[in-house]
Ligand binder design. Sequence first.
Ligand code: S3P
Length: 173
Amino acid sequence: MKLFLIGYMGCGKSSLGRRLARRLAVDFVDMDKAIEAEAEMTIPQIFATEGEEAFRQRERDMITKLGSMEGDRIIATGGGAPCREGNLELLNSFGSTIYLKLPPEILVTRLCRHKEKRPLIAGKTDEEVAEFVSRSLAERETYYQRASIVIDCAGRSDDYIVEHLYNFMRYNK
Ligand code: S3P
C-alpha cells in the first residue's frame, strides 16, 4: 500500500513520514528530494531556472512515477503537489492520502525559521509570510480536504500522530 502525506509547507510531512516508515519497516520517499535528484538541481534552482509551472509538471510526473512503483511506501509530497487540478485524484488512485492539518499560526511560526529553501516564501518578511500562508492555505484547503483521511495535528504529539497512522496502515493493507 502507498500512503501519501499531504499538507501545507511545514506541517511535518517529511519528519512524520520518515518516522512512520521506520515504524512500519517500509521505504520512505520525500517527493521534493526525488525531484531534486532527477533534475540534478535544488528546488530553488528549479524555480529560478525553469519557473514554477515546470516544477509543477515535474511534480505531476513524479506522482505517476512513485505511484506506479511496486511495494509499500510512505511518500511525503510537496505542499503544492495535490493542489493542481487532477493531482489529488491521481494520488488517491495510487493509494491513500493523509492530510496533516495545522492552523496557519503554527505553520507561520515554523516556516519563518526556514524560509530560504522554500522559493514561495524566500525573501519575504515574517508579516508577508503570515499573509501569504493564510491566503494560500485557504485556497489549498479545498484540495487537502479531499484526502482519504484528515488528521488534525494541532495540539497532538508526533508520537500520537505516528501511532494513529501506524494503526491506519496496519488495518488498511
Ligand atoms: C511547495 C512546497 C515545498 C516544495 C516547493 C513548493 C508548495 O515542499 O515542493 O517549495 O507549493 O507548497 P514542502 O511542503 O515539503 O515544503
